[in-house]
Design a protein around this ligand. Structure first.
Ligand code: PEP
Ligand code: MN
Length: 280
């Protein structure tokens, strides 16, 4: 990997040193980066308390560790549902507490860091903000784990350099998330770059997760790609689940039903075990 590493300065904090183990990040007592593969599940957006509660109850029952849900949604159209904002964060925190699940939500604007940090256990930087350097610098100053999604068409160098911004600021709790990149293919929303998972794990000591939902945009492809992600060595999986995907306010086409999610969990379990890992 020397030739690839040469593209990045040797002293970058994001790079894996010789024999350096993967950094294990603790999220409210749940580790990511160690033996267990962390599964994060939940709806694209928090729509209301009852739906989130039902989703959380079901995904938790199937073995998801953490609950996701967006309150600030980066929608392509300004006329699409933008999320419930602080009301959504309140719902997310309440249900996470009730279900004993750490909660993950997107931070879109550096002005909202204090607000989102009050409710979330992990802050997610979305693909569209991967190179929002002022946001990354501010996230370097907080003491909470950050999931840094790969940009829409970001190279691995750009992605790792974005992570470096957070590490350089003093926050070492960064989890990288491959969520597909834009290619010429139109059958899928994005193209899942699985070689990036193996490569980034080689280059960096940070845990790497995969989001097969945004990577494919197609419900039937989510579970096969989740299986492949675990086989490729992902430290975590993030999946969109909705009790009624046909009525979802965003990303229904790629959302699994709770039943579909339960099957995904059954499918990835033996793959994790074959690699000496476990899912819980
Ligand atoms: C999301 O996870 O809700 C999301 C918007 O994903 P991405 O930033 O990868 O598009
Ligand atoms: Mn989504």
């Amino acid at each position: 990997m020397k030739s690839l590493k040469k593209k990045l300065a040797d002293d970058m904090l994001v790079l894996r040193g010789v024999n350096q183990p993967t950094t294990v990040i603790d999220v409210k007592g749940c580790p990511i980066g160690g033996e267990s593969v962390m599964v994060v599940a939940g709806p694209c957006a928090i729509e209301n308390e009852d739906l989130l509660k039902e989703t959380a109850f079901k995904v938790r029952g199937s073995g998801a560790v953490a609950l996701r849900g967006g309150a600030f949604k980066p929608r392509t159209s300004p006329y699409s549902f933008q999320g419930l904002g602080e009301d959504g964060l309140r719902i997310l925190a309440r249900i996470g507490e009730e279900m004993n699940m750490p909660v993950v939500t997107e931070i879109m604007d550096s002005e909202d860091i204090d607000l989102v940090s009050r409710y979330a256990d992990i802050l997610q930087v979305g693909a569209r903000n991967m190179q929002n350097f002022s946001l990354l610098k501010k996230l370097g100053k907080i003491d909470k784990p950050v999931i840094l999604k790969r940009g829409l068409a970001a190279t691995i160098e750009e992605w790792l350099s974005a992570a470096e911004y957070i590490l350089a600021g003093g926050n070492g709790k960064v989890i990288l998330c491959e969520r597909g990149v834009r290619t010429s293919e139109t059958w899928t929303r994005n193209t899942l770059d699985l070689s990036a998972v193996a490569l980034v794990k080689e280059l960096s000591h940070l845990p790497v997760m995969v989001d097969p939902s945004h990577a494919t945009g197609v419900r039937s492809l989510v579970t096969p790609m989740a299986r492949a992600a675990v086989a490729a060595g992902a430290d975590g999986i993030m999946v969109e689940v909705h009790p009624h995907p046909e009525r979802a306010l965003s990303d229904g086409d790629q959302s699994l039903t709770p039943k579909g999610f339960s099957q995904l969990m059954k499918d990835i379990d033996p793959i994790a075990r074959a690699l000496g890992r476990r899912i819980y």
